[in-house]
Design a protein around this ligand. Sequence first.
Ligand SMILES: N[C@@H](CCC[C@H](N)C(=O)O)C(=O)O
Length: 274
Amino acid sequence: MEFTKMHGLGNDFVVVDAIRQQISLTPEQIRFVANRHFGVGCDQLLLVENTLHSDADFRYRIFNADGSEVAQCGNGARCFARFIRDKKLSYKDTILVDTHAGQLLLTFDNDGLITVNMGIPLHEPTLIPLKTEQEEKLYTVMLNNVEKAFGAVSLGNPHAVLQVADVELAVVDEVGEALESHAFFPERVNIGFMQVIDRNKIKLRVFERGAGETLACGSGACAAVVIGIEQQLLANDVLVELPGGQLKISWQGRGNPVFMTGPAVSVFEGSIEL
Ligand SMILES: N[C@@H](CCC[C@H](N)C(=O)O)C(=O)O
């Protein structure tokens, strides 16, 4: 299988052209490719395919390092756009792509960055999904006899966001692991740890469902900003500082889509025997 190794702020991907190659991967093969010791290593594997029956230009599918298929990946969407252009699959400045989370619009900006329309965030518990009837601004769960408060939202994938005083001191692995598969989240969850610097800037670390802590999470950055705005902590345009670099996130409030702007980088080409 031929692939391109890419990253968005250190959230790394094995991107596979499934248009020019006949590819079908089992979860076991995905885990092998994603393994950093025995395979190539990546947080997610992205499959680029022809669209099946819509007006979109392409379709792309996302698999976590644990082999699970998921619906949304913000950093992956930007890398997908860069891949389409580098591979000369399209020269359009704006690409419409089908994902399991619906259609995404990706735009190449003049400064080399890529902006993704990430769609309209969903707040209803059944759509996130959360095992509770009533929508709340803050939910609580008990972890090791300690109450944890978090906001929750879907960006096409489920996110819980906890506000912390200092992101460097957050116990990301411990709380992330315990919350990821807590019974409150029937489809598991991505967990963000957000430190508010001011109304236009946050620091964020994300423990990703199916991958563990990553250097950046695009949908996680959108989720944190949406939740921060809902809690009246943030303005509509926010710079999100992640361990791997910065993303610009804009959201005008309920009913509007979230826009995410950031880089996408190709690192090397390779091939691997499956
Ligand atoms: N890294 C991604 C999110 C990838 C999927 C996520 N782990 C999930 O299971 O929903 C991003 O940049 O959004």
